[in-house]
Design a binder for this molecule. Structure first.
Ligand code: SF4
Length: 189
């Protein structure tokens, strides 16, 4: 797969076809609310950078969504900085790495926040219903929710990969960007 296809216009499709559940949920929350809380913004921006979305495109995507609710000036003052920061354009100019599953799973997630790992954060019925709404068969949604309830978050994520991608999950999911690359075809299974 060619990473030049990673453009703002096809992120909805990539979210549906190639994102792990954590990132698909954040993407859909952003598209629905045109806003994300700080922890969510950080988790998703670094992921977007990791899948190969260019800085200018990422800034435009962020601007397009946020300015559906707020004016351009407020966006530039309050929300553009984090995009620059994540891409190493300001501050210490560090090139921050996208978060691994272990980091996402162990970081604390406050009430009402949408980031983190859904297999850990969500109640079993919420998870099951979401999976079914994404087209999984009921028995497969139950299987994944039970794995999550037992604390096997990354294994549950691997099962979601199998049931949505219709191919075996040979590698343990350790990173949302690894999930994307494997789904998108950048890593051979
Ligand atoms: Fe995201 Fe990792 Fe959780 Fe999968 S296991 S949903 S990639 S944090």
């Amino acid at each position: 797969a060619n990473k030049s296809e990673i453009q703002v216009g096809n992120l909805d499709k990539h979210a549906k076809d190639h994102y792990p559940l954590c990132m698909r949920h954040i993407h859909e929350t952003l598209k629905a609310n045109h806003h994300l809380k700080h922890g969510c913004r950080l988790q998703y921006l670094l992921f977007l950078k990791g899948i190969g979305l260019k800085y200018e495109d990422c800034m435009e995507f962020w601007r397009q969504e946020f300015t559906k609710n707020i004016d351009e000036d407020k966006f530039q003052k309050q929300y553009s900085y984090l995009v620059k920061h994540c891409y190493g354009k300001v501050g210490s100019m560090l090139n921050y790495s996208p978060y691994s599953c272990v980091k996402i799973i162990t970081d604390s997630v406050g009430y009402g926040e949408q980031h983190g790992c859904p297999y850990k954060q969500w109640e079993s019925t919420v998870l099951k219903e979401k999976l079914e709404s994404y087209g999984l068969r009921q028995e497969n949604a139950i299987e994944i929710s039970e794995m999550a309830q037992k604390g096997h978050y990354q294994l549950a994520c691997g099962k979601y990969f199998e049931y949505t991608r219709f191919k075996e999950n040979k590698n343990v999911i350790n990173h949302p960007n690894q999930y994307f690359d494997e789904s998108y075809g950048a890593i051979k299974r």
